[in-house]
Design a protein around this ligand. Structure first.
Ligand SMILES: Nc1nc2c(ncn2[C@@H]2O[C@H](COP(=O)(O)OP(=O)(O)O)[C@@H](O)[C@H]2O)c(=O)[nH]1
Ligand SMILES: [Mg+2]
Length: 362
């Protein structure tokens, strides 16, 4: 039996087994096995086939996904400098088209992805290639047709099956492997969703026999498996409802309520709510502003825009490749400084509105 057949068999078994006290440990183990097999199958197919070569640029990258013809390319053309082909038939956009949106001093790269369809994560419609790019973005926008709110569940499922965990943090767990003594579980709070036996079963499935594990949230088996899997990506995302120019208020409201994910109604074609959308993208990306100071003068007009929790080294990188090589030290004023004009190195983590002077080798 090849890997794909094994995956199918286990998926069927999970679907057909009633979850109760008697079966829960077995199901937990099956889920872990399934995650392992999927990892293997991904590794195998990873080498084959074309991948999209997307050059990242700008201060952050946003992936725009959705069914064919929901209006992704129309939106990209409206809010960025790109010229993506727009079609009245499906699958106009066969490659990923990047565009840059300039907003509040930030250059935000937006990727118009080929239409996502059901089973993309299994490789349909170049799904695997698309997904490998989505994993690397900073924010995901899911575009849904206002008359088809059901599209969202399919997109969410595809992302989930591809190991992308939307709007959640990586599990708060620490594992330390050791030589013997089996698995010892410590938790800082009461675990109500899984017991020690389940934890051990799942760890064993991942080849972990001797380890101390510290769990700091009330996890279930799925979160534990997420933690142990290597291919998980934790990314923020929200929904845009497009083509609201065609719908009356009642339809829009109903659609918006139906979606449990945060959403914003727009018309890409007629340009409705696009400023609101830009502001939301900017806010979600969580940028900070760094004012550069040279020769005793601070440039307050054009801050450097970098991602939250960036350090001095990352700022160097975003100015010029050579800056990091030539870096000697930096001076810092503002919220991240212990005192004004503190001398710091490349690893110093910056805060919003810090003032920074870089001292380089000549
Ligand atoms: N009425 C209306 N039509 C739109 C809107 N956005 C896109 N369209 C139309 O929908 C079709 C598909 O658009 P396109 O951007 O190519 O979709 P994509 O496949 O998601 O990239 C085109 O005919 C667009 O003109 C919108 O906000 N309102
Ligand atoms: Mg398109």
């Amino acid at each position: 039996m090849d890997t794909e057949e094994q995956i199918k068999e286990i998926e069927d078994e999970i679907k057909n087994t009633k979850y109760n006290k008697a079966t829960q440990h077995h199901i937990g183990r099956l889920k872990a096995k399934l995650a392992r097999l999927k990892e293997q199958s991904e590794k195998k197919s990873g080498g084959k086939g074309k991948t999209f070569a997307i050059k990242k640029s700008g201060n952050a990258t946003v992936g725009l996904i959705g069914f064919p013809s929901v209006g992704k390319s129309t939106l990209l053309n409206k809010i960025t400098d790109a010229h993506s082909q727009i079609g009245e038939y499906d699958f106009t956009t066969l490659d990923i088209v990047p565009g840059i949106m300039k907003y509040k001093g930030a250059n935000i790269q937006i990727l118009d992805m080929p239409g996502m369809i059901k089973d993309a994560s299994k490789g349909k419609g170049r799904g695997k290639e698309i997904i490998s790019v989505i994993r690397t973005v900073d924010l995901i926008i899911m575009m849904v047709d206002v008359f088809h709110p059901e599209q969202l569940n399919i997109l969410l499922r595809e992302l989930h099956d591809a190991g992308i965990r939307l709007n959640s943090k990586s599990p708060d767990i620490v594992i330390r492997k050791k030589e013997r003594d089996g698995i010892r579980v410590n938790s800082t709070l009461k675990l109500t969703k899984l017991d020690e036996k389940m934890i051990k079963n799942i760890l064993n499935e991942y080849g972990c026999i001797n380890a101390n594990i510290v769990i700091r949230e009330n996890i279930n088996e799925d979160r534990l498996i997420d933690f142990l899997s290597k291919n998980r990506a934790y990314i923020h995302g929200f929904v845009v409802l497009n083509k609201i120019d065609l719908a009356d208020k009642g339809v829009i409201k109903k659609c918006s309520e139906k979606l449990k994910t945060e959403n914003i109604p727009i018309s890409a074609d007629k340009g409705v709510n696009l400023d609101m959308l830009k502001e939301k993208i900017y806010k979600k990306l969580d940028f900070i502003r760094i004012y550069m100071r040279h020769d005793g003068k601070t440039d307050y007009d054009e801050p450097m825009i970098v991602k939250k929790n960036s350090n001095v080294g990352m700022v160097c990188n975003s100015i010029h490749r050579d800056f990091r090589k030539k870096f000697r030290y930096a001076y810092i004023w503002g919220k991240s400084a212990l005192y004004p004009g503190q001398m710091v190195g490349l690893n110093h983590v910056l805060k919003d509105e810090d003032v920074l002077t870089l001292v380089l080798e000549r």
